[in-house]
Structures are given as structure tokens and as C-alpha cells.
Design a protein around this ligand. Sequence first.
Ligand SMILES: [Zn+2]
Length: 323
Amino acid sequence: MNNIMKKSTMNIVFGLLLSTIAFNSYAEIRIVTSTQDLAAIATAVGGEQVKVQSLTLGTRDPHFASAKPSMIRKVFRADLLLVVGAGMEIGWLPPLLQSARNARVQPANSGYLDLSRVVPLLGKSSGPVSRAMGDVHAGGNPHYWLDPRNGKRMAQAIATRLGELDPAHKDDYQQRFKAFAQTLDRKLLVWQAELAWLKGTSVIAYHTSFVYLADAFGFQIVDEVEPKPGISPSAASLSALVSRLRVEDINLLIMEPYYERRSARYLNEQTAIQVAVLPQSVGAQPDINHYFDLFDAIVAALNIAAQDKAAQDKAAQDKAGGQ
Ligand SMILES: [Zn+2]
């Protein structure tokens, strides 16, 4: 197909899309999201004008999903598809999009919004990427929703897109975005104050997923339990990590609930490193329904880990003092 034909086909598709939406302007906009984090933000911004469904659950590893018929039906009916992007859904979304045969939400069209395009991505690799390097996302690290400041950028992009698809409620979307941003700004200061003890410390993570959290709260992730992203640790890689932990001032290991705990237990036994299992997404725990709840829960989990560590250190000191 030549370019002019492509363009005119696109115009026809877009024209049809606009007329469908104008015709249905009284109806809810059906938003489908790849994760519950995106669903929570879309719900906050879309209010009663939208109906939001997530394709995956926050209790699961978002790198993997298997396309089920129910997911295809959701995508088929969607007016707007929100994705994390940056390679996060590369293993499961493209075949789903193909099976759903919904022109509105194909990547070139206005019913598709890739939120990785509106945030500054960390960890972009400059050199060539091969499978031997593990599950590396060449376009940058896709776990960006774990920086609350990115939540604001995502909400703004969603509000803008909703206003384009549904101009009659443009002001509603903008107002809800402003309220969301104000709450986020206020809460961020509280979270930062509560995690002040973490600032400047060195931490290890199970997977390369908490770099954005580290960036938002001023700590460093100096190593991962996975020797390469997506590759499980081996006896050799764990013992190398033990050697490092024995000489360096690293007291905290953070990880998602869905990874195996054996390696963390082993590292704890060998080096007394404190392990904090952090919810990584909305829906990871039953009490995390809103985007703000996610950070409330992360902050609480980190503070409990710090208290446990302090209690253990004190007990060890008392024991040493008593001997
Ligand atoms: Zn990842």
C-alpha cells in the first residue's frame, strides 16, 4: 500500500472512530488496561464517564500473562486501551490485540495509549541487546509506575486523551486530574518524610523493578538477586552476593511478593540482611485499591522492616552485652 492510500485509509478509520464516539457521547467510555495500576489511575481520572477493566491482576508478575478468551472480549469492546509499554507486555499483548480485531485500539490509533511515552524512562541501554543479557528491555525499564511523580504524568496523559475522545467531558477529566495531582503532591511529602531514614542508603532488589522507587525516595539499588533480569539466581551468583553483603554496608533487600523466597531466606541466614516484601502494584494486596494505597502500603512495609531490623540489632547487642 502506498503512503497516500495508507493516509486516506487512516483518515477514514479515524473519521469512523470520531463519528462512533460522537454518536455514543452519552455512553461510558470503555477503558481496558494492561495492569491494575493503570486501571486505578484511569478510574480516578475518568470518574463516572468511564468503565475500566484490567487485563491482569496485581497479584501476578506483569511480565507474563496468557491470552484468555475473556481478555480478547475485553479488548474487542474497548474504546481506549492503556498499556505500560517499554516492552512490559511484549510477551502477551500483541497476539491479544491481533485476535481482538478492534481497529480503535490498534497502536496507530487514538484508542491506544502507551504510557511509557509520557514518563522519563530509566535504564535505557545504548548498546545492542541480546537474549544472553536476560530479559532486558532495550527501550528502558518499564516499572516506572513505582515513582509517584510518574503517576501524575500518567494521569495527565490519560485525562488529555479522554478529553480528546470525549470532548463533552473534557473539563471533568481535567478537574479530576488536578485533584489527583494535588493529593499526590501532598502525600508524596508525607511518604518522603516517613522514608527519610532510607535516603542515601544502599539496598539490593530481587529484580530490576524498584529503580524508580529508589529515584523517588533517594536510595540506591546497588545489586540484584537475579544475576540478570528475569534469570533466577544460581548457587554461584548467591554466594557472590553473600561475599559482597559481608563486606559492604547493605542492610535491606526489597522484592515483589510473586518471586521465590528461598534465595532471600538464604541471604538473610548468611548475612542477616533484612528482607522487605513490597507490593509492586495496585491489587497486590486486598487493601490496595487506589494508586495512593500502593505507596501507603510500600511505605508501611519498609517501615516495619526497619523496625524489625532495629529490634533484632538491639536484641543482638543486649545478648552480646550480657555475656
Ligand atoms: Zn521487569
